[in-house]
Design a protein around this ligand. Structure first.
Ligand SMILES: [Zn+2]
Ligand SMILES: [Zn+2]
Length: 275
């Protein structure tokens, strides 16, 4: 390609980035199918970051499923059980321009602008010297790779999250590019599901009150988070129309409330109003 063909080079970058976003998104889907959920999550985040770079130079339109991915990525993120993330606070001592390699700072630029495309390359700053200041837990991090896991006694991490919600949606989808939507509500679960909970134990609804002072007197049951899923294509017949998921137990009630949200999902494709 001619050195001077900025437009042509930029078009190449756009198509490369589209393929990159699709690759990450498909990768997310395949890993989630294999139930490698944290790996899937990372691919999903990479797809999001690819689209974020792309968006500055190309509309996220219908073609190449860009608009669909932009719609589905936050939905998938929302049904993952992760609620808080590590967010490192950093002091950056030295950063370089990815295009010309010159050291840049807040006062001294190099002429290249972050987020622009130069000769088909995306301009960003490469951090070379950094000092970590602190790590905080946040609900909305700049990037979502820092998921906290429980640590086992031998020091290794244990994936203690309940992925029932995302597993259910993935099992109902025909392909990564099948559309779906959802609504969050609450619904009463029959008391028969909670016979092992003593009346003075914390209520399974997560209110913090005791079972007998909270949901137990209600004839219809325990109020639980619920998600209605609408699949645009008929889900496989093997998919149950309703799925329950409880990870509440007296011993882990404290964690369960903060770190995992329990779900109960149903494809509305063949909704029975009595269910
Ligand atoms: Zn530069
Ligand atoms: Zn309750």
């Amino acid at each position: 390609m001619e050195e001077s063909d900025e437009e042509g080079a930029k078009r190449c970058w756009i198509y490369e980035t589209i393929v990159e976003a699709q690759d990450h998104f498909i990768d997310f889907f395949m890993k989630a199918r294999e139930k490698a959920f944290y790996d899937a999550w990372r691919s999903l985040e990479q797809a999001e970051l690819s689209l974020l770079r792309l968006k500055q130079h190309h509309p996220l339109e219908e073609a190449y499923c860009l608009g669909l991915m932009a719609k589905l990525i936050p939905q998938f993120q929302d049904i993952f059980p992760y609620a808080v993330f590590f967010s490192p606070g950093l002091v950056i001592r030295k950063r370089k321009c990815s295009i010309c390699g010159r050291v840049v700072s807040a006062v001294q630029g190099c002429g290249h602008r972050k987020g622009y495309i130069y000769q088909g390359r995306f301009c960003c700053h490469i951090v070379e010297d950094v000092e970590p200041l602190e790590i905080s837990f946040v609900k909305k991090p700049a990037q979502r790779f820092g998921v906290p896991f429980k640590v086992k006694e031998d020091g290794s991490a244990e994936d203690h999250y309940n992925y029932a919600g995302v597993d259910y949606v993935i099992s109902g989808l025909r392909s990564p590019f099948s559309d779906w939507s959802y609504t969050r509500t609450k619904r009463r679960h029959p008391h028969s599901r909670y016979t092992d909970v003593s009346p003075n134990a914390p209520c399974p609804c997560g209110s913090g009150s005791s079972y007998e002072e909270c949901c137990l007197p209600n004839k219809e049951g325990v109020l639980r988070p619920h998600i209605d899923i609408v699949f645009s294509e008929q889900p496989p017949a093997s998919l149950p129309r309703q799925a329950y998921s409880d990870d509440w137990s007296p011993s882990s009630a404290g964690h369960a409330k903060v770190l995992s949200r329990q779900r109960n999902v149903k494809p509305r494709a063949n909704l029975d109003p009595d269910m």
